[in-house]
Design a protein around this ligand. Structure first.
Ligand code: NAP
Length: 242
């Protein structure tokens, strides 16, 4: 059995990634922060499709919670190896920088950026020792081209792109790959307040993307088919930016 951990697997892109990885044969650890009901729906859909997994509740922005929950799971399951990590959990708190509060800045940095360090660090040593690991970071178009109103969010996604490239160079010799997937506008709760009809004119493919279209790329990077790809950022943005 192959094991994968997906952070923020209860909803949106993370949910689609959990379902796709399970259909590819992974036992999926579905992380979520507070929305247990939605996380249970993800697991139920996996099981209905003949797959398997379990829920794992922790706040990715808390090093203590990551250590106690994920760390304890690892201690109790030394015979199992989490070979795929998808750092997907993320939030926005948009505001023009001139009006941005310390809380809007800190919460987004903690959730989107510090989480990468906490969760990846927890799994990295095993991946290196086993010479088997695939780390996939969900970043964003905002982190590639910048976006007004998202100085905090874009800063985190740009940082994770740089971290992806750096870590890829650290661990390549140990057969651990590190890549990023950068979605544009994808139909999830995060974009539900946006006006697709107005914004689609900015998108060459003339529509928002579906979470499943991001999950396909993640599943490719998590598979043996992507064995010679590392340090890359793959855009899934309908042609908005490359
Ligand atoms: P979403 O629908 O709002 O779902 C967010 C997920 O992250 C939920 O499962 C949520 O768990 C989880 N989460 C949030 N904070 C967490 C925390 N502190 N600890 C653990 N889990 C946490 O978002 P989405 O649109 O699917 O976005 C997923 C990723 O794609 C994010 O990194 C986002 O930045 C990136 N992205 C999205 C878009 C887009 O257009 N949607 C575009 C570019 C990049 P609960 O359900 O428990 O709250």
């Amino acid at each position: 059995m192959k094991y994968a951990l997906v952070t923020g697997g209860s909803r949106g892109i993370g949910k689609a990634i959990c379902i796709k990885l399970a259909s590819d044969g992974f036992y999926v650890l579905i992380n979520y922060r507070s929305n247990k009901t939605e996380a249970e729906h993800t697991l139920a859909e996996i099981k209905n499709n003949g797959g398997d997994g379990e829920l794992m509740q922790f706040d990715v922005s808390s090093s203590e919670e990551v250590r106690s929950v994920l760390g304890k799971w690892m201690e109790a399951n030394t015979d199992k190896h989490i070979e795929v990590l998808v750092n997907n959990a993320g939030i926005t708190k948009d505001n023009l920088m001139v009006f941005m509060s310390d809380d809007e800045w800190n919460t987004v940095i903690n959730t989107n950026q510090h989480s990468f360090f906490f969760v990846t660090k927890q799994l990295l040593q095993n991946m290196i020792v086993k010479k088997n690991g695939k780390i996939i970071n969900i970043v964003s178009l905002s982190g590639q081209k910048g976006q007004p109103g998202q100085v905090n969010y874009a800063a985190t996604k740009g940082a994770i792109i740089a971290a992806t490239k750096s870590l890829a160079q650290e661990v390549g010799k140990k057969k651990v790959t590190v890549n990023a997937v950068a979605p544009g506008f994808i139909k999830t709760d995060m974009t539900s307040q946006m006006d697709e009809n107005m914004l689609k004119s900015l998108i060459p493919l003339n529509r928002f993307g579906e979470p499943e279209e991001v999950a396909e790329v993640v599943a490719f990077l998590a598979s043996g088919k992507a064995s010679y790809i590392t340090g890359e950022v793959i855009s899934v943005n309908g042609g908005m930016y490359s």
